[in-house]
Write a protein that binds this ligand. Structure first.
Ligand code: SAM
Length: 208
């Protein structure tokens, strides 16, 4: 999927995606519990690392902002979809001085050691060149946290649903994640299952 198609897809559906986060019990009842599992696990890892600054790649409406801001972490959210950025900026205003939002894609991430951790939740699913994204995140921060859907029936159904709109969806097995890490100069430090939905991976630099 080209970056342009990816951007438009989420721009058009920003409110629908944001609505998934309105109620955790409702999301769980609808089978969307892994959204909250990956969010909580990412916050746990960031907190355990003692990270003070986080790059939130593909921040969407900003579900990570509140739980990180509340523990004193500064967040830079980036997202190229204008409608997502509008929702993220509204959410950022609730945490003055803690969160900034930039309208740009991961392809522009050229920072080096600018953050303590870089997080991408629900983004690698749709990226055709995951090693490029992971490599950029690994240069921007010494710790990288990402969610990765598992191959299987659930992913096949998503492929059909999204594919009809020109969006590619990719699945990852644990071995794929180790290979991906190695191709990006990283290692898998922790792999947390998200039920049958996939994994939340914590990567660190190979030389650390
Ligand atoms: C499934 S949503 C996940 C949003 C948020 N991280 C979450 O956990 O709810 C995927 C997000 O990736 C964003 N996105 C699309 N293209 C991108 C790109 N090139 N760089 C960074 N983010 C991108 C979309 O606009 C969308 O907000």
């Amino acid at each position: 999927m080209s970056p342009a198609e990816f951007d438009t897809y989420f721009h058009d559906r920003a409110s629908r995606f944001a609505a998934f986060y309105r109620s955790e019990p409702v999301a769980r009842a609808l089978g969307r519990g892994p959204l909250f599992d990956r969010l909580h696990s990412a916050v746990d890892i960031v907190t355990a690392l003692g990270a003070r600054s986080v790059l939130d790649v593909g921040c969407g409406s900003g579900p990570l902002f509140a739980p990180l801001a509340v523990v004193g972490v500064r967040v830079t959210g980036i997202d190229p979809a204008p409608a997502m950025v509008a929702l993220a900026r509204a959410e950022a205003e609730r945490h003055p001085g803690s969160v900034s939002v930039q309208e740009r894609g991961w392809e522009t991430v050229d920072e080096h050691d600018a953050y303590d951790a870089a997080v991408a939740l629900g983004v690698f699913d749709y990226v055709d060149d995951p090693a490029d994204l992971l490599g950029r995140m690994g240069r921007a921060a010494p710790h990288v946290i990402g969610s990765f859907p598992a191959p299987g029936l659930r992913l096949q159904l998503r492929k059909l649903r999204y594919g009809a709109r020109g969006v590619h969806v990719h699945g990852y097995r644990p071995d794929d994640l180790r290979r991906l890490a190695s191709a990006s100069g990283l290692v898998v430090a922790d792999l947390r299952p998200l039920g049958r939905a996939g994994h939340l991976a914590h990567f660190t630099r190979a030389e650390v």
